[in-house]
Design a protein. Structure first.
Length: 319
């Protein structure tokens, strides 16, 4: 039985990875300090014999007893409002946390996959973004704490590969959505669905002409599994190239929820990228991977998840 350490396990993506790896017959050691995650996302796994949970901050020394085959490092705040609230922790988990986990991978002779992001491309001047693009990041802007932590994370990961021979993988994840996103994490999918379900107007930041390309979580997880089992050590984009403006996206949510809401306009956050679309040529060629779930289908499943929230839970809004 392969033994897998998953950090950020109580978060949105980490919890789906725990589901997948326990189902695939691995022994999963889940680790999280719960700073933005929630044990509810993984409590259904506690009864399994091939699952254990460690409440631990990975910026502190990480100890795991026994062998490890794989490490998936997903711990990090990921929503703009989270990393603006906790900028130092965000920098530390991307830098010190990654350093600790690379050291653990070296010690255990384990393969490590780190979660990077399309934010390494910043506000991109190249469209769509392929892995060769170096990016356009404002180091000292408010998003810099996340973007630069992730850029450092990629650099130290390559250095551990080159200088210590650690078996590394880097996934650059583009906007992903699905059940278990936090209702009030400020990201556009839970923000718009929450507003629609509460009967509030949908808040579009800027003129709404900025674009994103949304990937359903199951597709992302499949891409990650394939990358982990490949022998490719350079960064690979995983995302859905189906690009849409935020204004069109708001209209889709209004239709999907049969809501009568209007949209209202709010200022665009500083350095909010104006366009984003993954070039997934590499993932197609190397991993024979491409997304399967259309936005209409993925959003319907996501809506069903949020509809289960009580009125009180729904009313805890960030806006
Ligand atoms: P999330 O906030 O739901 O999950 C992150 C988890 O990491 C949380 O459970 C949090 O408590 C935990 N964590 C944070 N700091 C920690 C620390 N110091 N020690 C231990 N645990 C810690 O976010 P998510 O959307 O699931 O993102 C997971 C990873 O994927 C992040 O590394 C993020 O940068 C990356 N990513 C996500 C997306 C996306 O669209 N969801 C896009 C690009 C990259
Ligand atoms: N956004 C918006 N209204 C909201 C939340 C977000 O218009 O209530 C916009 C945000 O400015 C950005 C896009 O939606 O242009 C995606 O934001 P999100 O925080 O989900 O992800 P990221 O900016 O990290 O891609």
């Amino acid at each position: 039985m392969k033994r897998v350490l998953i950090t950020g396990a109580a978060g949105f993506l980490g919890s789906h990875l725990c589901d997948r790896f326990t189902k695939d017959g691995c022994y999963v050691i889940a680790m999280d300090n719960l700073i933005t995650g929630d044990l509810k996302n993984i409590e259904h796994l506690f009864k399994l014999e091939n699952f254990e949970f460690h409440h631990h901050d990975v910026t502190k020394f990480v100890h795991v007893a026994g062998d490890l085959d794989y490490i998936l490092h997903f711990a990090s705040p990921a929503s703009p409002i989270d990393y603006l609230k906790i900028p130092i922790q965000t920098l530390k988990v991307g830098s010190l946390g990654t350093h600790n986990l690379l050291g653990l991978a070296k010690d255990k002779n384990a393969r490590i996959l780190i979660a990077s992001t399309s934010e390494v491309y910043g506000d991109p001047l190249v469209h769509p973004q392929n892995e060769d693009y170096f990016g356009n990041v404002n180091t000292i802007g408010p998003r810099g704490v996340y973007d630069e932590a992730k850029r450092f994370q990629e650099s130290i990961t390559m250095a551990y590969h080159t200088y210590h021979g650690v078996d590394t993988r880097i996934v650059r994840i583009f906007n992903t959505y699905g059940p278990r996103m936090r209702l009030n994490d400020g990201r556009v999918v839970p923000a718009f669905i929450g507003q629609a379900l509460r009967g509030e107007d949908l808040t579009i930041f800027g003129d709404g002409l900025q674009t994103r390309s949304f990937c359903y979580v199951d597709d992302l997880v499949e891409g990650i599994v394939r990358l982990l089992h490949s022998d490719y050590v350079y960064p690979v984009n995983i995302g859905n190239p189906d690009e849409i403006t935020i204004k069109e996206f708001a209209e889709e949510i209004i239709q999907l929820t049969n809501a009568n809401q209007k949209v209202v306009y709010r200022p665009l956050p500083t350095n909010d990228p104006l366009q984003r679309q993954p070039d997934i040529t590499k993932a197609k060629e190397l991993l024979d991977w491409e997304p399967k779930v259309k936005r209409a289908e993925g959003m319907q499943t996501t809506l069903e998840f949020f509809k289960k929230f009580s009125r009180e839970e729904l009313s805890i809004s960030e806006h």
